[in-house]
Design a protein around this ligand. Structure first.
Ligand SMILES: [Zn+2]
Length: 88
């Protein structure tokens, strides 16, 4: 689903894979893989041109999948250097 690829991307500081930063309800932004994942648990929406991430519950996931809504995963799940992320 290339049309659902998020941008702008920037390279992960650990593995150089492209990631996007999205705002959350937390003070720190969340690094997200730009390609949707069938195991994704993060819905992305645009607000004032800024990406926002919404972590969704398992129960909502099926409904969103059925609606064809792309879901994404946090990069620290897929990053090969995930341990670096947990240390920070
Ligand atoms: Zn990485």
């Amino acid at each position: 689903m290339p049309e659902h690829r998020l941008q702008p991307t920037e390279p992960c500081r650990s593995c150089r894979a492209p990631i996007v930063w999205a705002k959350t309800r937390q003070p720190t932004p969340l690094p997200i893989d730009p390609e949707p994942s069938e195991h994704g648990n993060i819905a992305i929406y645009l607000e004032d041109g800024v990406l926002h991430a919404n972590v969704i519950l398992k129960a909502q996931r099926q409904a969103l999948n059925a609606a064809g809504r792309p879901l994404y995963i946090a990069h620290f799940v897929s990053c090969p250097h995930a341990n670096d992320w947990r240390k920070r």
